[in-house]
Design a protein around this ligand. Structure first.
Ligand SMILES: Cc1ncc(COP(=O)(O)O)c(C=O)c1O
Length: 418
């Protein structure tokens, strides 16, 4: 046998192999200052496109005041305990009612974190007789929830409705044998590609197959649909989404999440979702601050309008300049290049150090080996001048990549104050 820790070192995971790089440059970067388009990175101001603060609520004065007042009044401890034991309150119930009404569902349940929430909602919904069918590009919280499942699971290639139908046929055969049911899971907006889940296509299959649909709309809530109620509203099928989920970590610029659906199922989930039963409920400042955010999301359409003005400007500007953005239909703006990991690192450093622009760079294994993805997240707080600055920088970056400039350079060691 081996020492457990030495084995971990020997078989470091796919991202751990980059852990020799400084801990706070490509991975675990420290963005400092007030959340917004201008923040500090590596000692300098950068134009920041890396946060899912879609509606610019993180630093909205009314939000900051609501958060501060609630924290002064209640502190962070209240209410203590899990909802089921001692952590319930009128305010939690009120916020749930507001969320349910907004996404047009009978009931909603707050979750203390989105990841744990999704994981254990999936766990609670299915038993070994049931079959899960899910999109291959689903977020880790869905994948990990599916991993807990003791029964059969089938994956379909991203948004491939023909293949989904095949998987549903297989799932139906099994469910007929076991006497179980079928759960289909997708994202409303896929956080990496910006593509929407084909909810319309999925619900069309409900005419032929008997299944329930669970949608994780972390990136669609607040950004998509006429009122901002998400991808289901955008595609006109919200009533066919059986369970609708969103985190508060994106448009709501906070912590926590919720799931919404039929009253009886929400009651079942309240009694069966282990990550909520065995964990502390959301503190009051997050609940009160959450209600303020929801109020702004509902009553200030100009926030979403400005977000989309910036989205269109940057996506159209990039497309006009010959950049490939993949299938995005949402504010998430991936910019895809052909190149290896070394080129990606050099490009990212050039962008950050010389153009003073910060966005996430995504490399293998999240994208294929020869693909470099820069992910731009526009927000309502960005300006048209920010867009212009970025378009100019990206054009120069692309020119240098095409000229082979980033291949010539060895991965430079990243030092402070470079
Ligand atoms: C699609 C999706 N689902 C779930 C989560 C997890 O939410 P949370 O940060 O609240 O745990 C995220 C990321 O935040 C996400 O992007």
């Amino acid at each position: 046998m081996v020492d457990l820790f030495s084995k971990l070192k020997m078989e470091a995971g796919p991202l751990a192999k980059y852990s020799h790089l400084p801990d706070d440059y490509f991975f675990f970067p420290k963005l400092e200052g007030e959340i917004g388009p201008r923040m500090k990175f590596n000692g300098r101001e950068v134009l920041n496109w890396s946060l899912n603060n879609y509606l610019g609520l993180a630093n909205h004065p009314e939000v900051r005041k609501a958060d501060a007042d609630a924290t002064a009044k209640y502190g962070l401890a209240s209410p203590m305990g899990a909802r089921m034991m001692s952590g319930n309150s009128v305010l939690h119930l009120e916020f749930e009612k507001q969320l349910a009404d907004f996404v047009k569902k009978e009931d909603a349940m707050l979750l203390n974190f989105g990841y744990q929430g999704v994981l254990s909602i999936i766990d609670a919904l299915v038993d070994r007789k049931d079959v899960i069918v899910y999109d291959a590009e689903s977020h880790a919280c869905i994948i990990d929830g599916v991993r807990l499942h003791m029964g059969k699971r089938f994956v379909y290639p991203h948004n491939n409705m023909e293949n989904l139908e095949k998987q549903l046929q297989r799932a139906t055969r099994i469910a007929d044998e076991t006497g179980g049911g079928i759960l289909v899971i997708t994202e409303g907006v896929f956080g990496m590609s910006g593509d929407m889940g084909d909810l319309k296509g999925i619900v069309e299959l409900k005419k032929k197959y008997n299944f329930r649909l669970f949608v994780d709309d972390a990136h669609g809530f607040g950004t998509m649909g006429k009122t901002g109620a998400g991808a289901g509203e955008e595609q006109g099928v919200q009533d066919q989404v059986d369970l609708y989920f969103s985190t508060f970590a994106k448009s709501m610029a906070s912590i926590g999440a919720f799931v919404a659906g039929p009253k009886n199922i929400l009651k079942y989930l309240r009694y069966s979702t282990r990550s909520q039963i065995f964990a502390k409920s959301l503190p009051f400042p997050l609940v009160i601050g959450g209600m303020k955010r929801l109020e702004l999301l509902k009553t200030r359409p100009e926030l979403k309008d400005n977000l989309w003005k910036i989205v269109h400007a940057i996506q159209d500007g990039l497309a006009d300049r010959g950049f490939y953005l993949g299938p995005t239909k949402s504010p998430v703006t991936p910019v895809l290049f052909k190149g290896g990991v070394g080129e990606a690192a050099n490009m990212a450093m050039d962008l950050r150090e010389n153009f003073h622009i910060f966005c996430s760079v995504v490399i293998y294994p999240v994208v294929p080996k020869d693909v470099i993805m820069f992910r731009i997240i526009p927000t309502a707080a960005h300006s048209m001048a920010d867009v212009e600055e970025t378009l100019t920088a990206f054009s120069e970056l692309k020119h240098k990549l095409d000229e082979g400039f980033y291949r010539k350079e060895e991965l430079v060691s990243v030092t402070k104050g470079m």
